[in-house]
Ligand binder design. Structure first.
Ligand code: IMP
Ligand code: MG
Length: 178
């Protein structure tokens, strides 16, 4: 089936404005603490790039890779690490930056994995929360937008590896089969 990026769900201007809000909140909450922002590859890369420029304080960044959906849309439940951090997070104020929370399995896994490395604090900042699909309860500290149960592409979000580079967030048409 031929898929395409359909109607815009969140336009770039709204993403940008909300990202500035989140950056200010992080800058305020972590003032003087040099937090480490960890982007989850690959989806969160674009959000992270915009977010860090909205934080009015010195911060560090790193990345963590976890297995993604491929061309399907349902999490297998098993989360696989594909790339590990490049620095120690022991004693650091760590903020996990993720693109979207769906079932909650990926973030649940990351939270548990990070907690064993003894950071000073651990917070989570996500751009989108698909709250209706939650299966695993996971604490979110900063949320950009709560969205309905639609499969989105653009602004880092992909379907089968494509569409990440679109500047706006679109609904995938037709919806993926589950
Ligand atoms: P979870 O483990 O079910 O919470 O899945 C989270 C991951 O699924 C995200 O990091 C995304 O990679 C992917 N995902 C969930 N919903 C969407 C979507 O609507 N578009 C693109 N990727 C999605
Ligand atoms: Mg992801």
């Amino acid at each position: 089936m031929e898929h395409r990026a359909g109607r815009v769900l969140i336009p770039r201007e709204e993403i940008a404005a909300r990202t500035v809000d989140l950056g200010r909140a992080l800058g305020r909450d972590f003032a003087g603490r040099n937090p480490l922002l960890v982007g989850v590859l690959k989806g969160a890369v674009i959000f992270l790039a915009d977010l860090i420029r909205a934080i009015p304080a010195p911060i560090g960044i790193d990345f963590m890779g976890v297995s993604s959906y491929g061309a399907t849309t349902r999490s297998s439940g098993a989360v696989r690490l594909t790339a590990d951090l490049s620095v120690s997070i022991e004693g650091r104020d760590v903020i996990i930056v993720e693109d979207i929370v769906d079932s909650g399995r990926t973030l649940g896994y990351l939270r548990r994995n990070f907690a064993t490395r003894r950071p000073k604090s651990l917070s989570v900042c996500v751009l989108l929360d698909k709250i209706e699909r939650r299966e695993v309860d996971v604490k979110l500290d900063y949320v950009g937008f709560v969205i309905p149960d639609r499969f989105v592409v653009g602004y880092g979000f992909d379907f089968g590896g494509l569409y990440r580079s679109l500047p706006d967030i679109h609904v995938l048409e037709p919806p993926p089969r589950v």
